[in-house]
Design a protein around this ligand. Structure first.
Ligand SMILES: Nc1ncnc2c1ncn2[C@@H]1O[C@H](COP(=O)(O)OP(=O)(O)OP(=O)(O)O)[C@@H](O)[C@H]1O
Length: 244
């Protein structure tokens, strides 16, 4: 993994709306995502987690401050360039797996390449399918798979373009505890074996505790980090920050 593709947020501020009704969702957030790191973001409802993820992923533009992907300042990109950057450098995983049931598992996994008009790297594709443990399932339809397997297809789809970073928004929100653990183990392993950068927004202290680092947000600001915490330590910090 190329360290020249680190993600950096510098003093990112996001204000929705103008005038008296304006909402300051982020207030000068700094954050770095170096290679081979698994970062969880937690914070009370409305603390700015989704806004942070959207700004970091180039889905939304900060009102002030900057987001860098390696040497590239996202603010300097046109919408078309941003779309291209997202397709090639960024992988997304959502709570709802967003798979297409008319396509096979393999076709779902390679869809981002088809959208980008690039050819699959067969060796990489085989490696990913092996990593997510779906080699026996590539000809199946998503509806024939369990929730955990579907999320693993979504993870493979996120990885197919060899992205610099994966953004995961509540990736285990729809899964039972045991299946969630399998998916989180997989994300943690991808960080170790592929040097992947992962940023995960979650409400679940158990999920957050699988990351290397938990970044807390409160009222649009960084409110401390915990490195390799236990779920209890995460829950305790959340209680101190107020309502979940
Ligand atoms: N499009 C928008 N227009 C106006 N305000 C918005 C918009 N999106 C988010 N906000 C506001 O910005 C603040 C941060 O929202 P955000 O969704 O980032 O929080 P969150 O921490 O992800 O919350 P939750 O845990 O409830 O999903 C909230 O006050 C929210 O109401």
């Amino acid at each position: 993994m190329d360290t020249a593709e680190d993600v950096r947020l510098q003093s990112v501020t996001k204000v929705y709306g103008t005038g008296p009704g304006a909402v300051r969702a982020l207030r000068g957030v700094d954050l770095e995502l170096p290679a081979a790191t698994f970062t969880a973001v937690m914070g009370p409802s409305g603390s700015g987690k989704s806004t942070l993820l959207h700004c970091a992923a180039g889905l939304d533009r900060p009102t002030a401050g900057s987001v860098w992907l390696g040497p590239v300042d996202l603010a300097g990109l046109t919408e078309i360039e941003l779309t291209e950057l997202r397709r090639s450098k960024i992988g997304f995983i959502f709570q709802a797996y967003n798979l297409i049931n008319a396509l096979t598992v393999e076709e779902n996994i390679t869809l981002p390449l088809r959208l980008a008009g690039t050819k699959p790297d067969r060796a990489w594709q085989a490696e990913i399918v092996r990593q997510v443990g779906l080699a026996e399932r590539v000809r199946h339809r998503p509806s024939e798979l369990s929730g955990g397997q579907q999320q693993r297809v979504a993870i493979a789809r996120a990885l197919i373009t060899k992205p610099a970073v994966i953004f995961a928004d509540e990736p285990t929100g729809a899964l039972d505890t045991r299946t969630a653990a399998v998916v989180l183990d997989l994300l943690a392993r991808l960080v170790r074996t592929l040097g992947q950068r992962v940023l995960m927004v979650t409400h679940d202290p158990v999920a957050a505790a699988r990351a290397d680092r938990v970044v807390f947000l409160a009222d649009g600001r960084r409110a401390g980090d915990l490195v390799r915490p236990t779920p209890d330590e995460v829950a305790e910090r959340m209680t101190k920050l107020g309502k979940w």
